[in-house]
Structure formats: structure tokens, C-alpha cells
Design a protein around this ligand. Structure first.
Ligand code: PFF
Length: 494
């Protein structure tokens, strides 16, 4: 195959794993995972989370790595090579990931703002006011845009510049950047862990994190949240892992790579949970209230409660710098992974476009779309778009991917390839997962989710605001399937 000779390559397997782990590990681990755990009843959330990891996360990660690596193309062409109609699914996945990153970059911009305020611990004594007024300038409802918050706007430009300079040369630059942005924040996270565990009251917080409240397991919402978190955290069904694996040579150990990525990612989430909950325990002790009472749950956990706890610690400026730097560094390789996945898909199609220019356009559009989140109503829209894209679009893409491989391409055919190149052999269980178990679970959750959407408006937002959420699901879907697609013929015999 001619393409194989000229296709860009990761410098080594180690760098590929760093990049894949880099995409997986991000704000989803240190920001989203702890607040979801907090919101859905502490330790109770861990049970569906771990189940989702084994029945969906791991099998789908194997699928995405195997497909990209075997076909040697990024998502769009890889899907189209199975059947050209599937190209639309890949575009939809990529657009959804892109929408995620438009608000994700804004959360990184918040972190940048906090980093700049860390030396003076500017939020000390008023962490809620600092976040909602100084950083977000939060308006009273989604209907009141409240103007752009300029410091956030400029922070967002900086974030997108960082993203651009990490990916502008594709795999070549990504391969260098991840050598720093992956190991460094993990080391910093362990410093924070050590600090958190030695705080007084840490045990109380950990008790809340680890001891399940079984009643919460009866709430299907907890299951939907856990399953969609697995997609979010492993960057599954966004077309990213397919693209990354397409830059491996065809003989790499697929199941080993998937195992490393899934295990490291979940370990980082659990360690983040320890850091956040131990610190919450310390704060509840200092304030003399229970852990569930230290604050309302939600996206603000890492930006209100946690900073407040930081301000109560000895060496507060130092640990604040550490925390926000960790958040930023964890976020950056996830953010650029989707830019790379989109650029790679376009490059497969229109080989002649210059990489730098392509990346520049993608980053500029991402920045422009993100401006809405820098307004006073930004947090509301962020919450809505996150909810709809991750709980509806991504679950659906997940189902379609299973159908594509399970029923059209053939699991046995892909598994034969996986087992030929991997040390860790995959059994028939994988076929059963991809053909039946995973899509059926996802379908059940999706039906439940759609039912809930129509019976109880999400978080009581007005209908017009929820329509924005639906727009974030449906507009990319329509565009995705309107993009013309030619037959892609690839000789991928084993
Ligand atoms: N996996 C990333 C995280 O957990 O932070 C989030 C993410 C990255 C989602 C890239 C989507 C995406 F395209």
C-alpha cells in the first residue's frame, strides 16, 4: 500500500501510548470525574463507572485502535472503507468532539485565570464570589448574555495558541509535546495527592468517595452519567483514537496499547478523586460541617470548593499554582487530540492542503465558537451543550460504531487481526460485547435519556435554551451526513 510509506508515524510505541493517554487523561479526570462522583452520591458512582469501563470502555478502545491501525486511515476514511455511508458517523463523531473542545478550552481558560491569581490566592475568603463574579461574570439566567468577559476572552486566545503550536506539524509536533505534557502533570498530581492525604480530615472525605450509597444505584441517571463519562474520559466515539492509531505501523500490539491507556486513565481519575475528596474532607473538618454540605455539586467543584480548600492550606500559593498548572497541562493534550483527528481526516481526503494552514483554520473556528462561553451566560451554555453532546450524540455514535464493526465489518475478522499482532489475546467475549452487550446497554440508556429529556427539562432550563442543546446534537449530525463521500477501497487483508 503506497500510503503506508508516506504516512506520518509516531516516533515509537511509547510516544503513541503517551499521546493516547494524553488524549484520554484531561479535565475529564480532574474536573469532570470528581464533580460527577460528587453529584451522583459519592462512592455509588464508582460501581457503574467501573462496570462501564469493562463492558464498554475497554472493548471499544480495542475496536478503535484496531480499526485505525489496520486500515491506516483516520476516522472518516476508515469508517467509509467499511461502507461509505459510515463516513457520516465519523464526521458526526469528529464534530461532536470539536464542540466538546470549544467549551473545554474555555474551562482551560478559567484555569489560566486562576493560575494568574494563584500567587496572591485572590479568591481567598470569597471563592464563590471570585468564580461567579470575577471570573465568569455570571448573569442571572441563560437569557441574559451579559457581555464578553474580556480577561477570559484573552485567556481563551492564549489557550488556542497553545493548542495550535502543539499540533501545527501534526504527529511530529504532538510527539514532542506529549513528552512533557503527559508525565509532568502526573508527577504534580502525585505531589498534590501526598499533600491531600496528609491533611487533617482527609479520611472523612475519602470515606465519602469510597463508601457507596447503594440507593443511588437505582437511579438510571447515575448509570447514564457513568457510561457517558467513560466515553468522555477515554475519548471514545470522537474519532480521535482511530486517527491516533492510524499513525502506528500495522504490527503494533493493539490490545496491549488499549490496556495501558485504559488502566492509566482510570488510575488518574481515581487518584484525582482521592486528591479532591481528601481535600474536601479537610475543608469540611476546618469548617465543622459534613462533606456533602461543603458546597453544591456541579462543574464549579474544581473552581469554587477546591480553591477554597487550597486557600486554607499552609503554602496556599504554591499548591494553587501546582493544581491549576496540573489542570492546564492535563487539558492541553486532550484538546489538541481532536484538532489532530480532524486535521488527519481532512488530510486523508485532500492530501495537498498544508498542515499548518489546515490546523490554523480548525483552531480559529474552535476559538470563534468558544466565545459564547466567555459571556456572562457562558456557564449555562457550557452545561447544556456538555449534557446533550455527551449523553445523546456520543452514546449514539457508540451504538453505530458497534453496528458497523459487529454487523457489517465482522468482529471475527477484526479480532483475527488484533490477535495476530497482540500479545494479550482477545477471546470471543469481545465479539459478544461489540455485537450485543455494548449496543444493547447503550440503546437502553439512550432511550431512557431521550425519555427523560422530553419529560423533565434538563436542570429546569427554558425550552429555547434546551433547543440550543438539541442544535448541538442535530446540526452536526445533518452536516455530517450531507458531506459527499466517495467509495474508499482499501486492501486491508490480514
Ligand atoms: N478525554 C478528555 C478528558 O477526559 O478530559 C476529553 C476529550 C478530549 C473529549 C478530546 C473529546 C475529545 F475529542
Amino acid at each position: 500500500m503506497g500510503v503506508e510509506k508516506i504516512r506520518a508515524r509516531w516516533p515509537s510505541r511509547f510516544v503513541f501510548i503517551l499521546a493516547a493517554v494524553g488524549s484520554a487523561v484531561g479535565l475529564g479526570n480532574l474536573w469532570r470525574f470528581p464533580y460527577l462522583t460528587y453529584k451522583y452520591g459519592g462512592g455509588a458512582f464508582l460501581i457503574p463507572y467501573l462496570i462501564a469501563l469493562f463492558v464498554i470502555g475497554f472493548p471499544l478502545l480495542i475496536l478503535e485502535f484496531a480499526l485505525g491501525q489496520k486500515i491506516q486511515r483516520a476516522a472518516v476514511d476508515a469508517f467509509a472503507s467499511v461502507k461509505k455511508q459510515f463516513a457520516g458517523v465519523a464526521w458526526w463523531a469528529l464534530f461532536s468532539g470539536f464542540l466538546v473542545i470549544t467549551y473545554y478550552a474555555v474551562v482551560m481558560a478559567w484555569a489560566l485565570k486562576y493560575l494568574a491569581s494563584s500567587l496572591s490566592v485572590a479568591w481567598s475568603g470569597n471563592s464563590e464570589g471570585f468564580f461567579f463574579n470575577n471570573v465568569l461574570g455570571l448573569s442571572e439566567s441563560a437569557a441574559v448574555l451579559g457581555g464578553i468577559q474580556w480577561p477570559l476572552f484573552f485567556a481563551l486566545i492564549l489557550v488556542w495558541l497553545m493548542i495550535y503550536f502543539s499540533v501545527f506539524k501534526g504527529v511530529k509536533s504532538v510527539g514532542k509535546v506529549v513528552l512533557i505534557t503527559m508525565p509532568v502533570p502526573i508527577i504534580l498530581l502525585f505531589v498534590l495527592l501526598f499533600r491531600a492525604l496528609t491533611l487533617e480530615g482527609a479520611g472523612t472525605g475519602l470515606y465519602y468517595f469510597l463508601i457507596p450509597n447503594f440507593a443511588a444505584l437505582l437511579d438510571p441517571q447515575v448509570w447514564v452519567a457513568a457510561f457517558s463519562q467513560i466515553f468522555f474520559t477515554l475519548t471514545l466515539a470522537f474519532g480521535v483514537m482511530v486517527a491516533y492509531a492510524s499513525f502506528n505501523d500495522r504490527h503494533q500490539d493493539v490490545s496491549g496499547n488499549a490496556l495501558w491507556t485504559a488502566v492509566i486513565n482510570s488510575l488518574v481519575s481515581i487518584v484525582s478523586g482521592f486528591v479532591v475528596f481528601a481535600t474536601l474532607g479537610f475543608m469540611s473538618m476546618s469548617k465543622g460541617v459534613g462533606v456533602p454540605d461543603v458546597v453544591a455539586s456541579g462543574p464549579s467543584l474544581a473552581f469554587v470548593v477546591f480553591p477554597e480548600a487550597l486557600s486554607l492550606m499552609p503554602w496556599a500559593p504554591f499548591f494553587s499554582v501546582l493544581f491549576f498548572l496540573t489542570l492546564l497541562m492535563l487539558g492541553i493534550d486532550s484538546a489538541f487530540s481532536i484538532v489532530e483527528a480532524i486535521a488527519a481526516a481532512l488530510k486523508d481526503k485532500f492530501g495537498k492542503i498544508r498542515r499548518e494552514r489546515l490546523t490554523f483554520y480548525i483552531c480559529s473556528i474552535g476559538f470563534l465558537l468558544g466565545i459564547i462561553y466567555t459571556t456572562g451566560a457562558g456557564l449555562y451554555f457550557l452545561d447544556i451543550v456538555d449534557h446533550f453532546v455527551t449523553n445523546i450524540a456520543i452514546l449514539t455514535v457508540g451504538i453505530l460504531q458497534c453496528i458497523m464493526i459487529g454487523w457489517v465489518y465482522g468482529t471475527a475478522r477484526l479480532r483475527r487481526y488484533i490477535n495476530r499482532v497482540s500479545k494479550f489475546q482477545i477471546g470471543k467475549w469481545w465479539d459478544v460485547c461489540i455485537k450485543y452487550v455494548t449496543p444493547l446497554i447503550l440503546l437502553t440508556l439512550l432511550i431512557f435519556q431521550l425519555y427523560t429529556e422530553f419529560t423533565t427539562p434538563y436542570e429546569g432550563y427554558p425550552t429555547w435554551a434546551l433547543l440550543v442543546g438539541w442544535g448541538a446534537v442535530l446540526i452536526p449530525l445533518v452536516i455530517a451526513f450531507l458531506i459527499p463521500q466517495a467509495e474508499v477501497l482499501i486492501d486491508d487483508e490480514d
